[in-house]
Design a protein around this ligand. Structure first.
Ligand SMILES: Nc1nc2c(ncn2[C@@H]2O[C@H](COP(=O)(O)OP(=O)(O)O)[C@@H](O)[C@H]2O)c(=O)[nH]1
Ligand SMILES: [Mg+2]
Length: 240
């Protein structure tokens, strides 16, 4: 259960809250205060990174859409030419950070212990250790979730959403808040397309309904398709 945003609260789905309910009002006020507090820390994170010439890229998606696999390939390709650092968030375990270790890139883990998103303070606590020497890019793997990470600015310069072709082309319409905030969407696992009924054009049209200027890159960490375009995007981001 996420204690910050309350998205896992028992009974919530069965008994929707009424707007006039005092408990609801208190919860909304508390939520606003939490988000305002988070936004202030996020702004400080961004300023701290700007002072060091580091760009932060936040990867968001549902669990299993391929964030860590993409990062493994990304570190292997770009570590020789760019100075990178990675923060890997998970509800439980440090398995992703372990997968990404040993590639010559500093990696830190955040185990949220139940919360279904990273918050700006999770990043703030690790900035000195991870990015004190001003790497070109700090890449964050957010907790796998298509709802809550949307509301929490981390101080990133670029938010990238991953959507795998096994998830269905309707997801941008079902989770518009998250896709609206992502300037770039990686359509992942496109090597699987021959085995699926997935309408790429419909999916991209749905993405553009939610965010008309979205940049979509079709990628496969397995076949390598689209990966150079992704790496070029990161190179350009690092050069900003
Ligand atoms: N076929 C295929 N499978 C992939 C690809 N990328 C990731 N996977 C698989 O998808 C599963 C989840 O990947 P992972 O990177 O752990 O996803 P995460 O939870 O978003 O970090 C793993 O079994 C991966 O091997 C891809 O490009 N093609
Ligand atoms: Mg992962």
């Amino acid at each position: 259960m996420c204690e910050t945003c309350g998205c896992g609260e028992a009974g919530r789905a069965r008994a929707p809250m009424r707007p006039a309910d005092p408990d609801t009002v208190r919860r909304v006020e508390l939520g606003r205060a939490v988000l305002a507090d988070n936004d202030a820390i996020a702004a400080a994170n961004r300023a701290w990174l700007d002072a060091r010439g580091t760009r932060m890229v936040d990867l968001v998606s549902s669990p299993g859409s391929g964030k860590t696999t993409l990062l493994e390939a990304t570190l292997d390709a770009l570590a020789p030419e760019l100075r990178l650092a990675v923060l890997a968030g998970d509800v439980q375990t440090e398995r992703d950070a372990d997968r990404l270790a040993g590639r010559g890139v500093p990696v830190a883990a955040v185990e949220t212990g139940g919360a279904c998103h990273l918050e700006a303070r999770d990043v703030a606590r690790r900035l000195d250790a991870l990015a004190g020497d001003g790497p070109d890019l700090l890449i964050v793997e957010n907790v796998g979730n298509l709802v809550c990470p949307a509301a929490f600015d981390l101080g990133q310069h670029l938010r990238v959403a991953l959507l795998s072709v096994t998830e269905g082309e309707d997801k941008p319409l079902k989770y518009p808040a998250l896709f609206h905030r992502a300037a770039v969407v990686l359509l992942t696992k496109v090597d699987l397309l021959p085995h699926l009924r997935f309408d790429v054009a419909a999916c991209e049209a749905n993405l553009r309904t939610v965010r008309p200027d979205v940049r979509v890159i079709r990628v496969s960490a397995r076949s390598g398709e689209g990966m150079e375009e992704w790496f070029d995007l990161l190179r350009a981001e690092a050069a900003r």
